[in-house]
Write a protein that binds this ligand. Structure first.
Ligand code: PEP
Length: 246
């Protein structure tokens, strides 16, 4: 049975001190089939790792596509591993849009992450103009195929996907649970085509985009929504814990 994944993406919020203060007030016990993952800025990973409550996991928000070298300001997969962190987000829309990460670059990063046995939460999602012009599926298909084509079946054990319509991120607008369900089901059908039905059924496909305590229950009730990637509403430990207890 695929796992339910509830992840909090802190983006550029909560340095080491604030991150530890968060943990002091974060009382969450993930259920048997649940994973709770916090994605702080790189600089907070090490201190959090030391104080991490049982069953709460950490992920990086990004990695570089090379192991090391002259890449000022970047952090690599082996560096994340050295801290004992085993998961990374990749292809978040803020990386794609502000830092111009292409589908090809996301593919290279994914390959690098798998080479170092990192699990990946691969983010995909269309812009508002794509949805309004009926091209949402086409855009998401391109992102998914570009990232996953050429992977071995067993690689998919380490890949989770987060569908995050860009127009819903940080805007307060959530996709309707029906629209989110339709796109997640579509992504699952792409995995069937690329691999097989068994792998598609085992892959966790999350939804992200203004998830909050008021809408999580309805989203999580959808058949193909296997978790949530939460930005703004994951920053406060008490309200995030409430959201996780949907
Ligand atoms: C995100 O950063 O992935 C996200 C979904 O943000 P928010 O929940 O704030 O829309």
């Amino acid at each position: 049975m695929r796992k339910e994944i509830l992840a909090g993406n802190w983006k550029m919020n909560h340095g080491p001190k604030e991150a530890l203060a968060f943990l002091k007030d974060f009382f969450v016990k993930p259920g048997e089939n649940q994973r709770v993952i916090l994605c702080p800025p790189y600089i907070s990973l090490e201190s959090m790792k030391r104080e991490l409550p049982e069953k709460i996991e950490l992920a990086a928000q990004n990695i570089h596509e090379e192991d090391k070298g002259a890449f000022t300001g970047e952090v690599s997969a082996p560096m994340i591993k050295e801290l004992g962190v085993g998961i990374t987000l990749l292809g978040h829309s803020e990386r794609r849009n502000y830092y111009k990460e292409s589908d090809e670059l996301v593919r290279q990063k994914l390959k690098k992450a798998l080479e170092h046995n990192l699990e990946v939460i691969l983010c995909v999602g269309e812009q508002l103009e794509h949805r309004e012009s009926g091209r949402a599926e086409q855009v998401v298909k391109k992102q998914v195929l570009s990232a996953l084509k050429g992977l071995k079946k067993e690689d998919m054990e380490s890949v989770h996907i987060a569908y995050e319509p860009v127009w819903a991120i940080g805007t307060g607008k959530t996709a309707s649970s029906q629209d989110a369900q339709e796109m997640n089901a579509y992504i699952r059908s792409l995995i069937v085509e690329l691999f097989n039905d068994k792998i598609a059924q085992e892959t966790s496909i999350l939804y992200g985009g203004s998830v909050k305590p008021e809408n999580i229950k309805e989203l999580m009730a959808m058949e193909d929504i296997d978790g949530a990637l939460v930005g703004g509403a994951s920053l406060d430990p008490i309200s995030f814990a409430k959201l996780l207890d949907y």
